[in-house]
Write a protein that binds this ligand. Sequence first.
Ligand code: ADP
Ligand code: MG
Length: 352
Amino acid sequence: PVRIRLRQCARTFAGRQGQHTALHPLDLAVEPGETLVLLGPSGCGKTTTLRIISGLEQPDAGGEVWFGDEQVTHLPIEKRDVGMVFQNYALFPNMNVAANIGYGLKIRGYSAEVIRQRTGEMVDMVHLQGLEQRAIHELSGGQKQRVALARAMAVQPRVLLFDEPLAALDAKLRDRLRIDIGQLLRQLGITAVYVTHDQAEAMALGDRIAVMEKGRIAQLGTPQQIYHQPATAFVADFIGTVNRFAILGRGQGSLQVTGGGLPSDYQGDASLLYCRPEDVRICTDDEPVAVRGRVIQRFFLGQSQRLLVDTGAAEPLQVDSSSRQHWQVGDAISLSVPADALFAITGNQTQP
Ligand code: ADP
Ligand code: MG
């Protein structure tokens, strides 16, 4: 597999209100065989980055794109040897499933025998057995996306690129296909870049995740690093939920924070600490309690429930609990936050 490298890739568009910078100069390496996820809200520059990698878009002057030792900056997409999967499938409506999957092989001049064999392998790989002769309009959204995936993989490209491939599917199909894509990417060991705004998808599929904000990478790391050591408040907020504590004072083994005290040997100089809702512990009243509060809202989530607890602080504390516990709005509740669940955010905040 090939390493992808972007060097100082920026992209500015001319708009009615002057220049608009979709991408600030970006350096990025995708390691051979790695799946890198570009994650961020709409408009942050994910698709632009992917299009620069694919050759559908050129970086501004000075930017370079490398596949291994080969500079591909000025190669058009058809010479870059990339497979792409889009949200809207982009299949050929007048060809059946097999013809769509074999299309890339056909235009590359492979024999009918090779095309038949490779198409068959791809059909097996994406679980479309028996649908080879179907017309595209007879397929469900999930099946169409499987065809698009098979078509992209059939030519054994150097690189696979995905732009929100699951965004148009309903939740159940999305989960199923997410698992299948993850298995395929591991099995193929191909270098892949996967764009999504969905943090669950990013966590599940990324060997590493680049969280993007306003045309810049706010943080690049493993899913674990992104989740447990977010570099900026933006990343912490975008990936799941955080509770924020403003530190008012420090004592022996405890911190005075808005809303109460927290047991902690935290020694750093941050004035804000964070913790995830699932790390807040619900305790019994006779324990040395860190925070007392009252349940003001409750969201049943199936596998868990999220409680919003008024502790007297400006913002309610968000707490996850087993969905079998019978909490109700108005209940008094005692909470503690284990010291090792608290984290500070040390990274620079992104510039405006
Ligand atoms: P994302 O995929 O993260 O939603 P995009 O990369 O599509 O974001 O877009 C980033 C920014 O660049 C957005 O503000 C978008 O409006 C702008 N943009 C993207 N493509 C063009 C274009 N062809 N012309 C003008 N502006 C564009
Ligand atoms: Mg996009």
